[in-house]
Each structure stands twice: as C-alpha cells, then as structure tokens.
Design a protein around this ligand. Structure first.
Ligand code: SAM
Length: 421
C-alpha cells in the first residue's frame, strides 16, 4: 500500500477471487517475475491481482487516498473493502528471500485478499516439499470476513485446489482481530522462520510482542512502509523495541520503504535452537550423517558400507550411525588434514592398538586415498619398531589380506572396464 494523497470518490466494489479463465491475456510482465521461473501460472495470477489492487487505488478511493487526517485519526474504515495489496516488487523480493531461507513457517500480519499470502504459501510449500517436512504453515490474519473469504479463495486458486476449498493444507486463516487471534493461535516456540507486517502501524508492535517467543533465532521480519512509518513517527515505538531486542532493520528503497529485520544470533538463542530433541538438533544429526556417509563410501568403498549396513541389526545399527556421524562426518570432513594423512595416522593407531578388523578396513581406505602398498608396509614397520614386534606381526597379517583383496578388486574392476570400452 502507499500514501499518496487524492480524494476522489468511486463506489465500493469488492473484488472476487479469480478463476483461471478470468486471467488477462494482455499481461506480459509476469513472465519477468522471479515467481515465473518456478510457478508461471501463479505469477500470472498474482500479477493480475496486483493490477486489480492498483486499479482500485488509481480510482481514487484506494489506499493512495490516505491523507494525514486519516493517519492522525487512525481510522481506516474507508478501506474495509479495498485490496491494499503489497506492491509486486516488494512481494517478489520477499519471495526470493523466503525461498533462499527455505522458510516453511511464516506469519502474516494483514492478509486482506491474500495477494502477498500467495507468495508466502508458495515459498513455504516449496521448502517443505524439498525437506519432506510436514511442519509447514502460513498464518494469515484478517478482521474483515469477506476479505478472509477472498484470501482463501485466491490461495486455493493459486494452489489449483478445487473451487470452494475452505480448508487449505499448510494455511491457517486467523479471522478477527489480529491480537485476539494471535494470542489464541498455537504457533509453537522457536518455530517461525519469517513474519510479514503489512498492517496498520500501531498493530505491528503488539503483534510482534505476541510472536516473539515463536521466532526462530534466525527469523526474518518484513515491515511494509517502514521508511514512511519511521518518518511520521508511527513506527517509533516498534523501531526502538526492535533495536533494544538486537534486531537490525535494513530499509530498502521501495515505495515508502520496505524494512527487512534480522538479528545477530545470541549464544542463548542458538543454544535454544539446537536443544536436544529439537527440530534443529535432528537436522544437525541428519546433516552430519549424510556428510559422513558419503565420505565413508568414498574412502572404504560402496560395497563395504553396504555390507556393514545390511549386516547390522537393531542392536548394532546405533554404532554404525555413531561411527558414520562422529568419525566419518565429524573428523574425516575436517579440512585441516588430507585424507591420505588421516589414513596413515589411522593405520599407525589401529596397528598399535591391535584392532585388526578395523585396521584391514583402514588399509583398504588408505589405498583408496592414494597411499601406496610400500607406504602401508613402512607404516607397519614403524609400528613394529615403536610399539613392538607382536603388534607389527599381527598388523602385517591383517594388512596383507586387505592389500591382496584390494588389488584383486581393482583387477576385476579394470577388467570389466576394458571389456565394456
Ligand atoms: C495492507 S492490507 C494487507 C494486504 C495483504 N498483505 C496483501 O498483500 O494482499 C492490511 C489488512 O489488515 C487488516 N486489518 C486491519 N486491522 C486488523 C486487525 N486488528 N486484525 C486483523 N486484521 C486487520 C485490514 O482489514 C487489511 O485488509
């Protein structure tokens, strides 16, 4: 919405949700939107909705007709049937940030006919699909029932849900006063990725305070009309509060300024975020496991890993997981030492400890990491010298078997390559 002054009157007419057939064929610009790359159909729909909103504005009774008296009186009842949609360039930027952030849980203060909400929904659904997450949710807020109805219908159209769908998966329409409804909404602690404030300025701070416990440490806030609000003082208290809580608001030079706020993650916040059992904790383990699994496969070979996993049972699998996460994911992923050096170190340690089975695995890994057969011998001779002859003898027995098996596997592989080439 914007704050240009004009006082022409035209009759109020509530726009309805669009059907695909109603989409204008004359539009060309939607093809240049960010949204178009992944969701051409939605890009076309929202471009049409933005155009409708701008058209209302151009008629002289839209939000552009807001004057200083309205602002002072804080009376916006004249706009109860107006779309007042967020401008398309702002919505596009917000969409791009949300996609990069992989935001799944997003709250919107001020939904109206749901134009910006469509962007939030598409971003949330895309991130949830990529992460196979069932936690995605967008909350819309609207006190005018007819607007809330139109928002639901527009979102349903964007998601190609059957006409008349009132229950949209991944979307909660909070109808009524935002503060009352937000207090009752069960959003969950430390779970919101983003909030869009596109509502009368005085509602932003109390809404923010209600949402504060639900914000993730790295949440992002978008605040429409930030620069104007700061200039005319309607955002003074909000700005001061945000700053006191460690938020930094970047003012972007869109119409009336779009604020984008983030905060430095305090150690307290990060600790909360990765509390044992939390979603972030699970994600850390999953990431570590996946990194470890690929390094392990590269070093000791696919077939060895597959064999270890298929031989594991309910009792031994936790050990497989621990080794994959902490040894392969935790230490082998570190950049400070080359893989062949880590292999040489392991050969020395495992031989000294007399752990022949593990030594054989790591001799195979060492050969895969470029350690030569002669270098393996030298490692073991050094073990025999520093640790003792029995350790050296035992290590040679295990290593010899591993070297012979590794060479045989190499020969088989090169024979089959030369047959197929
Ligand atoms: C600027 S519009 C939102 C536009 C929307 N984000 C879009 O891009 O389509 C702000 C909306 O907030 C709603 N609103 C105002 N006060 C409210 C309140 N106390 N509770 C819930 N909604 C409210 C208004 O009815 C209006 O539709």
């Amino acid at each position: 919405m914007s704050f240009v002054r004009s006082l022409r009157a035209v009759p109020l007419r509530a726009p309805r949700a669009l059907s695909p057939l109603q989409l204008s064929r004359s539009m060309t610009t939607y093809q240049h939107t960010i949204l178009h790359r992944t969701h051409p159909w939605v890009a076309q729909l929202v471009t049409e909705l933005h155009a409708q909103s701008e058209q209302q504005d151009a008629q002289g009774t839209g939000i552009s007709s807001l004057n200083s008296q309205d602002v002072q009186k804080r009376d916006f009842s004249r706009f109860s049937h107006k779309m007042i949609a967020l401008e398309q360039d702002k919505a596009e930027l917000i969409y791009a940030v949300l996609r990069n952030k992989k935001a799944t849980r997003i709250f919107e203060a001020g939904t109206s006919y749901g134009v910006s909400t469509i962007y939030l929904m598409i971003a949330s659904q895309a991130a949830a699909a990529a992460a196979s997450s069932d936690k995605a949710m967008v909350w819309g807020t609207e006190k005018e029932d007819h607007k809330a109805d139109a928002a639901v219908a527009n979102i349903a159209t964007a998601l190609k849900l059957p006409k008349g769908t009132s229950d949209i998966p991944g979307f909660t329409m909070l109808r009524g006063d935002i503060l009352e409804q937000t207090r009752k909404a069960n959003i969950g602690k430390n779970s919101l990725d983003a909030v869009l404030f596109d509502i009368w300025a005085e509602l932003a701070l109390p809404t923010f305070k209600l949402l504060e416990p639900s914000l993730q440490a790295d949440a992002v806030l978008f605040i429409d009309n930030w620069l104007t609000g700061v200039e005319i003082g309607t955002y003074t208290a909000f700005k001061e509060y945000l700053e006191a809580q460690g938020w930094y608001v970047a003012a972007m030079p869109f119409k009336n300024g779009l604020g984008m706020a983030t905060r430095e993650m305090s150690s307290q916040a990060s600790k909360q975020d990765v509390a044992p059992g939390s979603a972030a904790w699970q994600e850390l383990h999953t990431t570590l496991h996946s990194v470890g699994d690929s390094i392990r496969r590269e070093v000791v070979g696919e077939s060895y890993v597959e064999r270890s996993l298929s031989n594991a049972n309910d009792f031994t699998m936790p050990m497989q997981k621990l080794a994959t996460e902490y040894a392969w994911g935790g230490i082998w992923s570190r950049p400070g030492l080359a893989r062949r050096d880590r292999s040489i170190l392991n050969i020395g340690m495992l031989a000294a400890l007399g752990k022949s089975t593990e030594l054989a695995t790591h001799v195979r890994g060492a050969l895969n990491n470029g350690v030569t057969e002669t270098e393996v011998q030298e490692c073991l001779l050094q073990v025999a010298t520093y640790v003792g002859m029995p350790a050296g003898m035992e290590a040679f027995r295990a290593a010899d078997k591993a070297v012979q098996e590794w060479k045989a596997a190499q020969n088989t592989a090169s024979a089959s390559t030369s047959k197929t080439s």
